[in-house]
Design a protein around this ligand. Structure first.
Ligand code: GLU
Length: 303
């Protein structure tokens, strides 16, 4: 099976759909993106990376970075984070506060905003307050200093960040933040605003398909921690459509409102797909379809 051919076939299959969906418009930096873009990259466990379309065009990674924040926290702090964040799908919106009130400040999982804010807070503790821990990791994994925080997007996130600020204050009121709310929000918004391309994202997440091992053989996570990250991606990585995504695609995945999705085929490869138009669940419309085509053509799925 030649991955280049599979990617070309997937590209052809989704071409009629490119441009469909709604580009996230809650901040100008996302609203102005050209919707007629599609890129896809596959990072194989042997180190080869293949791509098609706009796979080298940087985009706003947004909530995909929640995976890397969780990974860095687990790698440095062991299992402690699970005392502060749960592992259940939320069943309500990614920035819902209702659940948080009921659970007395323990977020449902690390991929809803409340959970990501707690992870960000924990990561600040183990990095001496570095707001760019995720950025530095992603740069180092790819030896690519061009991976950057889009400062306009970060500033807009902050300007339109009332709900995230409210969530952070609620967390703090329950004693589930250690750092000042403003420091946690700044780090969180910077993390969401990281811009990079499909190639680099797929390559940076490659350890997720290798039971926690990086391409140079060094260990990022224990096999058990790695399994857990993939499990939470499967159950909670696609907003309120994790069930549909498991049904259609059959892989752990994490999406962001920038239109990217990082998916993992354990034991084989990671796949990153990007197309800015979102479906009603907030996941990339073309991205989900492309991953559906990819797993159908390769037969690669966790099921
Ligand atoms: N920066 C976004 C927010 O917190 C992340 C959205 C997302 O990709 O889920 O609103």
């Amino acid at each position: 099976m030649y991955i280049e051919n599979i990617l070309a076939d997937v590209h052809e299959a989704v071409t009629p759909l490119i441009g469909q969906g709604t580009v996230a418009d809650y901040i100008p930096g996302l609203a102005s993106v050209n919707p007629n873009q599609f890129g896809m990259a596959v990072a194989m466990n042997n180190g080869a990376v293949y791509g098609v379309g706009d796979w080298r065009v940087p985009f706003s990674t947004q909530s995909i970075t929640k995976v890397f924040a969780l990974v860095l926290e687990l790698a440095r702090d062991g299992e402690k984070i699970w005392q502060r964040v749960g592992r259940e799908p939320s069943g309500s919106g990614f920035h819902s506060m209702a659940e948080l009130e009921k659970s007395k400040g323990i977020p449902r999982n690390p991929f809803v905003n409340s959970g990501a804010l707690v992870v960000t807070d924990a990561l600040l503790s183990v990095t001496d307050g570095d707001p760019d821990a995720v950025l530095n990791f992603l740069r180092a994994e790819n030896s690519d200093p061009d991976i950057h925080v889009d400062e306009d997007v970060a500033a807009s996130e902050a300007l339109h960040g009332d709900r995230n600020a409210a969530i952070a204050h609620l967390l703090a009121s329950y004693g589930n933040l250690v750092h000042p709310v403003q420091d946690v929000l700044t780090a969180y918004f910077r993390q969401c605003a990281i811009a990079m391309d499909c190639r680099d994202l797929a390559a940076a997440g490659a350890f997720l398909a290798r039971a926690g091992l990086r391409s140079d053989g060094s260990r990022m996570l224990t096999a058990s921690q790695n399994k857990r990250v993939n499990s939470v991606m499967l159950t909670s990585g696609m907003y309120d459509a994790a069930g549909d995504f498991a049904f259609q695609v059959g892989l752990p995945g994490k999406s962001g409102v920038g239109g990217g999705i990082l998916a993992v085929v354990p034991g084989r490869c990671t796949v990153c797909v990007w197309s800015p138009g979102l479906n009603a669940s907030g996941n990339s419309l073309v991205g989900v379809r492309a991953l559906d085509e990819f797993t159908t053509r390769t037969g690669w799925s966790v099921f």
